[in-house]
Design a protein around this ligand. Structure first.
Ligand code: C2E
Ligand code: CA
Ligand code: CA
Length: 660
């Protein structure tokens, strides 16, 4: 415990005032003692008084002696003593003795009378040879002697009394001085003690402040939940490790780890279960990494992201093996709040390669490898490859360039024919976006559509493609349809209906010739909103196709969730048709079900006539694929349509075919 500063200050001020007061009193006492000592000296009139007494008695004696002898010698003695007494009386009359006489008016009067008598007798001393004068002188002296004797005796008594009083006063003052000394010493000691105590408290407070500052720094460097070093701490260790790394050998390995399925645990079992899971994941990682030697770090970067740094050649040479062990360890079941849960992990791995790439930063590289791994599918380990950085940089550039591409007319649709699988006649086209980049050349939608989707530019892009497709398809023969892809990002905006009907109105393209293709992911995020929107689009007269059936979840339930006009079987199914009897039976049953539900079935990615034949036999209605034609620019479509038109002329006996 420490005195509050205000209390300490008050105490210190009070002590100082006390010390000041004691000092003041002490000074007063010293002055008073000096005064007493002086007074004791001043009032020492005993000796003067006694001397006077003796001298006057001596004079009386000499006079008596002369009276007896009448010798000249004795006469001289009388004269001498008369002189002495005269001097003594002068002496008594002034100075300290005079003051003593003045102290008592009666005493003063007594002395003055004796003094006057003596002065009166003074001339008589010169004539003592005259017996008459001598007799008178003797009488006078006999009168004066008792007075002066009395004054002298009183002086002695007085001195004794005064000195006793002064001594008592001095003793009293000395006692007070003693108390004051004790007081002074006590107050000083107390002040010293309080200061020492306060000082010790300050030292303790200082230490506590230092410790709490260290605590804050600790907090700033550690993840509160798992106690692992956080991103900041990792960065420090990582920079130091980079610095220490031998310049031409691989000694660092970074594992960027992302948990798969963590969000589901958090959503289903609650955040505290999620926290417990993260703590257990950290413990497993730490245990595994601790076994790999010193200087290795496990860090939590936030959320379900962890990063492991391994140092030393041995660890690095076995990195693939270690990554696989991390995956296996993290995929073991967990017991979280009495539930058993299973999650997985995806890992991006990078090694420091000074010799190969001077700009290499293993931390960024591991992150890129992780993004790559996640894009490829989860639960895998992907090792960094320099091409990933080029891809990353290219993606960054496309993201920037996309902002101006639409305005510059660099993005527009190509058209891929869709053919009636029985007659081979072209029944419509799917509009597929293409980007003609001024510097990078042709860029496919698989590359830029995902970028547009993350940046919400997909809305503008979709509107642009739809507008161009409708405007250009208006020139197609009336029986031909056009299909346009619609992203989830577009679908879930509340103005999609207004946008589509606006485009139809502005281009004059009839709604009944337009098909919008959406994937099942539309039904997954917000099924009710999606169904409502799709129904509204249908009510405009537009057909709706379920795209990419066979990828993703491909639940048959999606077929019943909405009244689809068209079902597009994904290329991946079509690819396997010729070799895999299971693919064939799946396609056959899907076609049966879709037909039963009144849908047209479109097969995508038909490349061979074998596939074409199988699909035709399984009851599929429409085929789309390189076998019939690649996506092509509008000019080529016009040429194709001209050919088809020519083939339809009455003098021709060939039916309209896409590949002319
Ligand atoms: P999708 O809608 O499934 O389009 C079919 C894709 O398969 C097209 O790729 C097409 O070129 C390709 N393809 C067609 N037949 C064959 C074949 O016989 N063999 C092979 N190997 N490929 C074939 P594309 O044009 O690169 O488009 C890729 C995806 O980009 C599309 O897949 C679609 O999901 C998306 N996309 C294209 N244009 C747009 C658009 O305007 N808006 C939106 N939201 N997405 C678009
Ligand atoms: Ca499509
Ligand atoms: Ca498709």
């Amino acid at each position: 415990m420490r005195l509050p500063t205000s209390t300490f200050n008050l105490f210190a001020i009070a002590s100082l005032i006390g010390l000041g007061a004691i000092g003041w009193i002490h000074i007063g006492l010293v002055a008073s003692t000096e005064d007493s000592a002086f007074r004791s000296a001043r009032y020492d009139v005993t000796w003067t008084g006694s001397a006077g007494r003796i001298e006057i008695l001596e004079l009386q004696l000499r006079v008596a002696k002369y009276l007896e002898s009448g010798s000249a010698e004795d006469a001289d003695q009388v004269y001498l003593y008369s002189q002495i007494v005269e001097g003594r009386l002068e002496n008594w009359n002034t100075g300290v003795f005079g003051e003593y006489l003045d102290d008592s008016p009666a005493r003063r009067a007594m002395f003055d009378r004796a003094h006057a008598e003596f002065r009166d007798a003074k001339t008589a001393f010169a004539r003592i040879d005259d017996p008459e004068v001598l007799a008178r002188l003797q009488k006078k002296i006999d009168l004066i002697v008792p007075i002066l004797d009395r004054i002298g005796t009183d002086a002695h008594t007085h001195t004794v009394t005064v000195n006793a009083a002064i001594r008592d006063q001095l003793i009293e003052e000395q006692r007070v001085q003693q108390y004051l000394s004790f007081g002074l010493i006590g107050a000083g000691a107390l002040l010293l003690m309080v200061m020492m105590y306060q000082n010790r408290s300050l030292v303790r407070a200082h230490r506590a402040a230092r410790e709490s500052a260290a605590g804050f720094s600790d907090l700033a460097h550690h993840d509160g939940l798992t106690g692992l070093p956080n991103r900041l701490a990792f960065k420090g260790e990582f920079d130091a490790a980079m610095e220490a790394t031998d310049h031409d050998s691989n000694m660092l390995a970074v594992f960027a780890i992302d948990l798969d399925g963590f969000k589901a645990v958090n959503d289903l079992l609650g955040h505290s279960a999620g926290d417990d899971l993260l703590i257990e994941v950290s413990a497993r990682l730490r245990k595994l990494v601790d076994k790999l030697g010193h200087g290795n770090i496990v860090s939590r970067f936030g959320g379900d992201e962890f990063v492991v740094l391994l140092q030393g050649k041995a660890a690095v040479s076995r990195h693939q093996d270690i990554a696989a062990r991390i995956l296996a360890e993290l995929s073991r079941p967990y017991l979280v709040q009495r539930s058993t849960v299973a999650i997985g992990a995806t890992i991006g791995l990078s090694l420091l390669d000074r010799a190969g790439d001077s700009a290499s930063n293993p931390l960024l590289d591991a992150d890129l490898a992780l993004s790559n791994a996640k894009a490829q599918g989860k639960g895998i380990v992907v090792t960094f490859d320099p091409s990933m950085r080029q891809d990353f940089e290219r993606r960054g550039r496309l993201e920037i360039d996309l902002k101006t591409a639409l305005g510059n007319g660099e993005i527009f649709p190509f058209y891929q024919p869709q053919v009636d699988i029985r007659t081979g006649q072209v029944v419509g086209f799917e509009a597929l976006a293409r980007w003609n980049h001024p510097e990078l050349g042709w860029i496919g939608p698989n590359e830029f559509i995902p970028i547009a989707e993350t940046s919400s530019q997909i809305v503008e892009l979709g509107r642009c493609i739809l507008t161009t497709a409708c405007a250009q398809a208006r020139e197609f023969p009336e029986k031909m349809r056009v299909s346009v892809n619609l992203s989830v990002g577009q679908m879930l905006r509340d103005d999609v209906i207004g946008m589509v009907s606006g485009v139809l109105a502005s281009t004059g393209f009839p709604a009944h010739r337009l098909t919008l293709e959406v994937t099942e992911s539309v039904m997954m995020s917000e099924p009710e909103l999606a169904a409502r929107t799709l129904n509204e689009l249908k009510s405009l007269g537009i057909s709706i196709a379920l795209d990419d059936f066979g990828t993703g979840y491909s639940a048959l339930s999606y077929l019943r969730q909405f009244d689809w006009d068209e079902l597009k079987i994904d290329k991946s199914f079509v690819d396997d048709l010729a070799d895999d009897p299971r693919s064939l039976s799946i396609v056959e049953s899907v076609v049966d079900l879709a037909t039963e539900l009144g849908m047209k079935v479109v097969a995508e990615g038909v490349e061979s006539s074998d596939q074409d034949e199988i699909l035709r036999n399984s009851g599929c209605h429409i085929a789309q694929g390189y076998l019939y034609g690649r996506p092509q620019p509008i000019e080529d479509v016009h040429l194709l349509l001209l050919k088809l038109l020519a083939a339809e002329e009455p003098d021709s006996d060939e039916p309209a075919k896409a590949s002319g």
